[in-house]
Ligand binder design. Sequence first.
Ligand code: NDP
Length: 329
Amino acid sequence: TIALLTGASGFIAGHVLKILLEKGYTVKATVRSQSKADYLKSLYPADSKLSFVIVEDIAIPNAFDEAVKDVDVIVHTASPFHFKVTDPVKDLLDPAIKGTTSILQAAKKFAPQVKRVVITSSFAAIIDASKGDWPEHSYSETDWNPVTWEDAIGTNPSTTYRASKTFAEKTAWDFLEKERPNFTITTINPPLVWGPMIHDVTPETVNTSNANIWSLVNGSQTTVPATPALAWVDVRNVAEAHVLALETPKAENQRYFLVAGKFSYKGICDILLKNFPELSGKVPTEGGISTKKVFDVDNSKSKKDLGIEYISLEQSIVDLTKQFIDWVK
Ligand code: NDP
């Protein structure tokens, strides 16, 4: 089976690529430059099943027309995840939404043999920020972020990011309904994703979600942050879910809220100090305690349909921090 993996240079995609190759898929990976292809190739030097297509910007119309040719299944992860926004439309909304449109249009037009498309969506497309703590609610796949375009183009970059994921996912489901392509769609909707990094990364370029943990390890936080996002999942579970979604008939045309559970940064700081006593003095100890009750999260569908066994918070944080320890030395 030939799989097209978009955004292969990314944190999550690095793990998806590893599993696809381990499972014997032939992988066509899209990256933005030859140097990113060279790095990934260096991880699998003997693997002749890995090839690359350069797609510099997914927001450009017809970006994927070449890449989709000859592939059987598609995993679309490429989408900007950062908060350095000067122009909400150009920086986040266009690549997320137009990127999704162009991969689906390309598949329909140039790759009628494609039967399955898996898209990395997000808890961002589920959570309703206007409800705040919402202690009586448990979020699941049935929830949708009601964000509007007007909110999206405002000045809050996290609202814009969440909107980019919401509109991108909606675009996909609308496409399915209106265009009736030969393929089915599955979306994987994780909250904050943490865990070991196998992509090309330095302390300066650490991806947005792991940067939260990096800031607790490198001494840049003097107090424990209040917890703004509350739910998390390990990258290995997220990657596994993408590949299982390609293979599991039940997953066709479904969305999966891939969530291990809730967290507090206070709890994470405790895990850090227990497992890495050498970080004492760097990891903040003051603050971060809250007795507020907040929403719950429901991961039963991913366990039932995909058989996901969630990695524990302690395991995830320890495995990630082992890499950070090398950086702080
Ligand atoms: P990364 O930043 O590591 O990966 C993002 C990938 O998208 C990179 O390969 C990046 O390429 C590519 N990309 C971004 N913008 C463009 C563009 N305009 N044209 C071409 N390629 C582009 O982050 P993650 O691995 O965390 O994110 C992967 C996916 O997972 C995204 O869809 C994100 O929204 C989603 N997600 C992530 C969560 C998390 O906590 N990490 C939570 C929920 C969803 P390059 O590296 O060259 O810039």
